[in-house]
Design a protein around this ligand. Structure first.
Ligand code: GUN
Ligand code: ZN
Length: 441
């Protein structure tokens, strides 16, 4: 038996397609077995079918009564904003001025950055998130600190240095050329170093000159397998500001399009105030939307329009947007996105929310086959969900009568407490503190 082989017995859920468009999108094994070899999925299926595939000498870990799903994927989050989560302001632009910029200033100090990155990654793992698309600050030291901590834990993370060269404090400003040079150096240092992946990160159109957007687009073409991330159409004041800064662009999204920034592996956060022409461009270019419900409700930015996004078949994913977002938990993010859907007349089944938080995220990042489900060969990033994590969750899940009801209970009532354990590349990277457990009911 290979010493790198492990096996886990539990209920198992994962996806092979989008349940919104395919009624055979999920695989559900009530008494399931997940076999890992060399940090990758060897097989996932029914225990009765797979038990003989477990090599002799490999002890099966018994998680019966719990549910194993792929690790959550958070497609938009700011690690430097960890310490300012839950800071109140009347909207996005005053929030950036009052809290965000002063907080990000501290990341010129590499040791401060390292300490925050370490806490941030531990908090993601506590919440069951195994991959995130992460904004660092304008300082290259903030990127080195982040990737250093992620690489140490062997996590599959995507991150990049913010580029911004106008409409921001002097202490956070780079230059078009300096920002591009630093980004290219960081690509060469970190992109595909172990499991680390680089994302070009122009913060948003208002904080970049045309020269900077031009260079960001050129880098996106020169390094087509890197990622790109930015914000778009989050808030109506921001949209009006962009219109005044770029009077010749058809729309806010069109600014990015003009500079060649729409392409596969480009992730656009928020996408609230788009029109149908914008949505068609997202689908055509396979640029993805990152939906950030806790942030959008907290900052009063608006409600993501699922009906119009689905009509245009925009690639969708789910994100926390901490520190604009109010929780690191993708379960809490599902709770809020469900209500955002309801307010727009859309009903989001729990199955679809779990898809968006796993394979949907992987697909929108062009990482299907690497992360996001339990197909053979996929990296073994997974979480163990505990239906008895809290007295209320235990009581409710004891009464659920279908998989959909069970998942819905996790989505609406669950948070970090529901994560019994988290695994990355087959290695346990979080286990819930037993002292927090509730007695058997
Ligand atoms: N737009 C530009 N920067 C930011 C940021 O840090 N957070 C959010 N939510 N929106 C932004
Ligand atoms: Zn953001």
């Amino acid at each position: 038996a290979s010493s790198a082989c492990q096996a886990y017995r539990a209920s198992i859920l994962h996806f092979t397609a989008d349940p919104a468009f395919d009624d055979k999108a999920h695989a559900w094994h009530e008494d399931g077995l997940l076999i890992i070899d060399g940090g990758r999925v060897h097989a996932a299926g029914d225990h009765s079918q797979l038990r003989d595939a477990v090599p002799e000498g490999v002890q099966v870990q018994d998680f019966r009564g719990k549910l194993i799903v792929p690790g959550f994927i958070d497609t938009h989050i700011h690690y430097p904003q960890t310490d300012m989560i839950a800071s109140p302001a009347p909207g996005l632009l005053p929030w950036l001025e009052t809290y965000t910029f002063p907080t990000e200033r501290k990341f010129a100090d590499g040791e401060h950055a390292r300490e925050v990155a370490s806490f941030f990654l531990d908090e993601l793992l506590r919440c069951g998130t195994t991959t995130a698309m992460v904004y660092c600050t304008v300082h290259p030291s903030s990127v080195n600190a982040f990737f250093g901590e992620s690489d140490k834990r062997n996590l599959r993370m995507v991150a990049g240095k913010i580029m911004m060269d106008r409409n921001c404090p002097e202490f956070l400003s780079d230059t078009a050329e300096g920002g591009a040079r630093d980004s290219e150096e960081l690509i060469n240092k970190w992109h595909k170093h172990g499991r680390q992946l680089y994302a070009l990160t122009p913060r948003f159109a208002p904080t970049s000159t045309e020269a900077q957007l031009q260079l960001a687009g050129e880098l996106a073409r020169a390094y087509p397998d890197t990622f790109l991330q930015t914000h778009v159409a989050e808030n109506t004041d921001e949209v009006a500001w962009v219109k005044s800064l770029f009077p010749n662009s058809r729309s806010y999204l069109d600014v990015y399009d003009h500079y060649g920034m729409m392409r596969p592996r480009a992730m656009y956060a928020h996408c609230i105030w788009l029109d149908d022409h914008d949505r068609a461009r997202m689908r055509e270019t396979q640029s993805a939307a990152s939906i950030c419900p806790t942030s959008n409700l907290f900052l009063g930015s608006g409600l993501f329009d699922f009906a119009r996004a689905d009509a245009a078949q925009v690639p969708l994913s789910l994100a926390t947007d901490v520190g604009g977002g109010t929780s690191f938990s993708m379960l809490q993010t599902m709770n809020e996105v469900y209500k955002v859907g309801r307010m727009g007349g859309t009903y989001l089944p729990a199955l679809r929310m779990f898809y968006m938080a796993t394979l949907g995220g992987a697909r929108s990042m062009q990482l299907e086959g690497t992360i996001g489900n339990f197909a053979p060969g996929v990296e073994a990033d997974f979480v163990v969900l505990d239906p008895k994590a809290t007295p209320l969750l235990a009581r409710r899940t004891a009464r659920t009568e279908s998989l959909e009801e069970l998942l819905f209970a996790f989505a609406l009532l669950g948070d970090d407490r529901a994560i019994a354990a988290t695994y990355s590349a087959g290695r346990q990277v979080h286990v819930r503190d037993a002292r927090q457990d509730v007695p058997e009911l």
